[in-house]
Design a protein around this ligand. Structure first.
Ligand code: SME
Length: 151
């Protein structure tokens, strides 16, 4: 299924007022991980600006030890500070990278803004090399804009 074709399904999930916000985010993670062949791990991290740490929220894929990530550490921690998308075609080429699984070859992290503040991010790991394009950035930005409306 194309990214564009998934948008109505994402909207449907996010509009489920009979589900909690966490349940809706969980369902979005599962949808993306199931339907997009190169999205092997999909999760949300949320920022605590006092402790300057990211905290794992809903996710789909293998459990990770990295449930708390300090700002500045790894791809996720760098995005907490840069406020910019980070596309990593080859994780092995990154010095400041936190490995979750030896199978992961690439990663994309897109910050989530609420009222202009970077409050978290969506993180995708892929077991394929260099699979992420501009269309993934745009799609994940769209998801985060819609998730922000629930927060
Ligand atoms: N690889 C990430 C850590 C989170 S896991 O991918 C789930 C990073 O370098 O920040």
């Amino acid at each position: 299924m194309t990214l564009e074709a998934l948008k109505p399904r994402v909207s449907h999930i996010l509009n489920r007022t009979d589900h909690t916000t966490d349940q809706r985010l969980q369902s979005v993670c599962e949808l993306l991980q199931t339907e997009i062949p190169y999205y092997d791990w999909v999760g949300f991290y949320f920022a605590n600006h006092d402790s300057r740490t990211l905290h794992l929220g809903p996710y789909a894929g293998a459990p990770t030890d990295h449930t708390v990530i300090p700002f500045g550490k790894g791809i996720c921690g760098q995005v907490a500070e840069s406020n910019s998308n980070f596309v990593v075609p080859d994780v092995q080429a990154q010095d400041n990278y936190i490995a979750c699984s030896i199978n992961v070859k690439s990663e994309i992290v897109v910050p989530l803004f609420k009222n202009g503040k970077n409050i978290g991010q969506i993180d995708i790991d892929s077991n394929f090399p260099d699979p992420f394009g501009k269309q993934d950035e745009t799609f994940l930005e769209w998801i985060n804009e819609n998730v922000a409306k629930l927060l």
